[in-house]
Design a protein. Sequence first.
Lengths: 360, 366
Amino acid sequence: MIILGIDTSCDDTSIAVSRDRTVLANCISSQDSVHQEFGGVVPMLAKREHHANFQPVLMQALTEAGISIEDVDRIAITIGPGLAPALEIGVELAEQLAATHSLPIEPIHHMEGHLLSSLATNQDGSGGLDPSTVTFPALGILASGGHTEIVLISDWGKYEILGETVDDALGEAYDKVARMLGLGFPGGGKLAQLASFGNPRAYDLPLAMLQSGDCNVSYSGIKTATKRLIYEVSQNATQTLTTEQTQDIAASFQRAALFTFLKKIQKVLEKYPVNNVLLGGGVAVNTVFQEELERLLLPYEAKLSKPVSSRLCQDNGAMIAVAAYIHSQAQYHLPIEKLDRRPQWRLDDYSSALDFSSAL
Amino acid sequence: MNHIIFKKSSINKAISTAREALSAGKLVIYPTETSYGIAADATNPAAIQALRQYKGNRQNKPFSIIVSSRAMAEEYVSLTPLAAQLYEDSLPGAVTVISTGIPGTVAPGVMSENGSIGIRIPKQDVVLDMVALFGKPVTATSANPSDEKQPYDIAELLKSLTAQQKELVAVIIDAGTLSETLPTTIVDARGQQLKVLRQGEIFFDTSNSFSSDSPKQTIEQGSEIIRTYKSFWGKYPIILALSGEMGAGKTHFTKGIAHGLGIETLIKSPSYALVHEYTFIAQKRQLPFLHVDAWRLERSADINALGIEEALQQNGIVALEWATHGQALIDEWNSTAVILQVTLRAAEDESKRHFTIQASFPENLA
């Protein structure tokens, strides 16, 4: 089955083509510079920008995949959560495309895309977690600029959020601390790089929420404490930080930020014996996080699966296409009267609205 | 029930009938310059009990009272110099002034749990004459049962009452359909600085300063502040323009705003998604509450793409973090929306926060 996956949940216009769960093309507007005049780091949030991007990104995706639109069997579209005007234009254009070519259109929850992104395989069919080998319950770890969630997967489509951030997302905390250190935006990736050269025990930062009793995390306290730390280390902002100081602050921040999240993941593992842990979202590319997670999972004998490419960790269309493939295999779909955007939409609310009696 | 149509010729009859009813512990509905109010003898426990029954669900909320003069007020509360000045400048008028009550002077439940009493001297002669003749204060609460809208018309009010509620009312002084105004402004005049607890018909030029010792307290204060403007919910668009450095407590403050609006969803930072949309209920309608974070917007014009205008056009509420990135939008709504400029600042001390709030109101009000 050839699936066209579309995601316009936030800054990027992303369109991908998959054959079942094999990614044939995965185009992202800001990465592929199809519209150089709008390109760069500016968020593509205006409707007209998604509108302008749509056709060129679609063409590029079809070309890269080596197919024509007539070969497509269905369209999968993110209808939420995300930025309302951005979602709206994506839904509208996907619907027009589906009508023009008489294609079925499958609504997908953006976070289900991230959750299932490790199932995607490379173009040659290599890599990717084989869904038939997954045993339930499995665990989903989602961490990005907009989300931080620990999800219990009791079956495909059956999701329960066991823990989440109560304020800032993990990726957001990275980006904000990066900006405080003058690393630009989004600088979370750079921050993680610097951290690998620093001493994670150079400075003590608070470990929030450890006593909260639940599996939620909070990053606003760590963020504020890091800000104060930068102020102190720079002698009340009178001196420029040395490279070593910057690296040590980055490493200490990373240690504190990851420590609480890992502790909460451990808490879940104690309660739910799982064999499979699926990692998704932008923070999944952080190698320290991956290593720490691997180490945490070792005694529980759980297998960590992560997306085969960094592009699959960002907001992208391929994960949406793969989610639609899983829908068809596991025979479930979201029953809706009218295709409409849902900017504020929890994964567990989506899950409980699914119809498990048939595929679309 | 004695339904008296209020005319010049009926004024004496209205007042004397009302006085009789009040003396007997009954309830009287009367017109004021804001809406219709309901009077019970504020010194009679049985009358207050009857009023609670009439109003329904209001837990332990105290009742403000009406007096006919400052001299009468001083029999029940002690006035600070600030309060005395207010009586001089703003009363009679649509202001309720909170002062420290004199214990034992009013029936239980009239005074708040912390010992304060709200006092009002309405700009409505029939009420002032009624209270003067009665010689004791009466309750100032609006005549609608709790959870119903402010009453401006007797026929409409009667429609919302049950038979039992009607039973409790002895006299209605009907002055026809009153013009719909905001309720009284409630101010706390116990300290050295005036604190507006509910913004209503009358505007005071106050810049309120607060401080908070914990994130929890910041949330509580956010909640308290939006409730101060409850009379405006759904009637006017409201913009909370939040400024302050990273870590100053803007998101916690917004959690409080949402809590105050009765939104139970977990409020998370919208930095990445730029805007999170919730709904709250006011004027019996579902209205949008937008939590916007302009932090990562590179171009200020991008703020126009976030659906803020649409929310404001519906008289929704917008909490805008990094408000300096949205100054053009705020300027544009300056004459039509309630704008609360909230500045948050982290103190040297780890957990302490200071904030100030400056309110501005639509041109047709202020």
